[in-house]
Design a protein around this ligand. Structure first.
Ligand code: URA
Length: 424
């Protein structure tokens, strides 16, 4: 077997055998297959796709490239949550404490790359917050307190780590089989019993339209079935920023507002939906009962208190949480209804201010970011504040740059629906 024949086969749109997929994953991990060969194969997969069998087998090989975490010492059903990546997505910070009031929550999270943020970066903006847990310590903490959020260890799906980094650098992220196998391999190797996936759809997400998102959802659900895991996919809107804030400290602050049961409708409603689905799976409760439990956790203050407990447990000091950046108000240069917002552009802007990374070793500035005050369908007058920029670097033409991210019209525009579908 050799990699050139495998690349040729996929270039011609043919199905790869299990042996060929295994050969690729093993030999890429031990450096026998070079980055230029692997990116060529990945591009052929992006263009010609993979069927369910190939996608399932790729997932299996990526799981087997590293350790599989055994969480059987934690009693109960462990339901994991995953987001396919969005802008302003601070949901894990809210969902994990809520669900941990009812069921064990073991959450392995990653750092942000590109226009999407990462939960670990957000948590690290809280001074002292420890995200580097060994598996035994995760199990101990979850057995005592029902919650732990940790950085994924290097030996969990090393093949995915290496391939995902190459995909980011070679324009090969946006492929249903590659995204499905990447997400599912991490979740299954992470020891989850069942999985709730927040599948973002829109211009600020990898899946730009409903049909591709539905296809991705069905692919992940089918992979889950092969591994005996229930998978629920919530297709949620990413044509608006989720909530208002983008940037690590800003997002933690917004998450705390939601945990205090303040009204940030979209974040709160999506957090309730995801948490309820997790409670439904973990506690075997009817979905309406699960929803009542979740809403009550927010209204009673229990969710907020659990968040405080969780931050303390992991060594974080919330009293140190502050924005150390200058603020600049962006005023609208136009009148009209907002027809569309370039949400990926807002993510890029926040990253360029220093809140995110282009390369995985870039140092981030937790205080910077953007607060977007408007949603699609809002009416705006010239001079209204549409966004605040928190910055520490020099800003160039920032008024025009931000205004260009908003498209206006004189016609009334319908607001975006938050939850497009729930598939399981
Ligand atoms: N998130 C992942 O973990 N993998 C992908 O390929 C895309 C989003």
């Amino acid at each position: 077997m050799n990699i050139i024949d495998i690349i040729d086969k996929k270039r011609l749109g043919k199905k790869l055998s299990n042996d060929e997929i295994e050969y690729v994953v093993k030999n890429y991990c031990n450096d026998n297959i070079k980055d230029y060969q692997m990116s060529s194969l990945l591009m052929a997969i992006v263009i010609n796709g993979m069927d369910y069998d190939e996608t399932y087998y790729l997932t299996k090989c990526m799981i087997n490239s590293g350790k599989i975490i055994d969480l059987s010492e934690i009693s109960g059903i462990k339901v994991d949550k995953h987001s396919t990546g969005g802008v302003g997505d601070k949901l894990t910070l809210i969902v994990a404490p809520i669900v941990s009031l009812f069921a064990p929550v073991v959450k392995m999270s990653g750092r942000g790359l590109g226009f999407t943020g990462g939960t670990i970066d957000k948590l690290e903006s809280i001074k002292g917050f420890n995200v580097n847990y060994k598996i035994d310590d995760i199990i101990k903490q979850v057995n005592e307190h029902n919650i732990c959020v940790s950085y994924t260890s290097d030996d969990l799906c090393p093949a995915d780590k290496k391939i995902y980094a190459l995909r980011n650098a070679s324009g090969t992220v946006e492929s249903i089989p590659l995204i499905a196998s990447s997400i599912m391999s991490k979740k299954i190797a992470g020891g989850a019993d069942d999985i709730v996936i927040d599948l973002k759809v829109g211009n600020g997400a990898f899946m730009k339209d409903y049909d591709s998102a539905k296809k991705l959802a069905n692919t992940m659900i089918n992979i889950g079935k092969k591994f005996n895991k229930k998978v629920v996919c919530i297709l949620s809107n990413m044509n608006d920023v989720l909530g208002y804030s983008v940037g690590n400290t800003l997002e933690v602050m917004e998450a705390i507002e939601v945990l205090k049961n303040k009204k940030i409708d979209d974040v709160k409603n999506l957090a309730i939906e995801i948490s309820s689905r997790m409670v439904n799976l973990a506690c075997n409760k009817d979905i309406n009962e699960a929803k009542d439990m979740v809403v009550n956790a927010l209204e009673s203050g229990d969710a907020y208190n659990k968040f405080i407990e969780f931050v303390k447990l992991q060594g974080g000091d919330l009293s140190s949480l502050k924005i150390d950046a200058k603020k600049y108000e962006i005023k609208s240069l136009h009148n009209g209804y907002i027809k569309s917002i370039d949400v990926e552009g807002i993510g890029d802007l926040s990253r360029d201010l220093g809140a995110g990374r282009i390369n995985k070793d870039d140092i981030i500035d937790n205080s910077v970011g953007v607060i977007v005050y408007k949603k699609c369908g809002d009416y705006v007058n010239i001079g209204d504040v549409i966004a605040d920029i928190y910055y520490n670097k020099q800003l160039n033409n920032i008024d025009e740059v931000v205004n260009k991210l908003f498209e206006f019209t004189d016609e009334v525009v319908e607001k975006n629906k938050l939850i497009l579908d729930i598939i399981f």
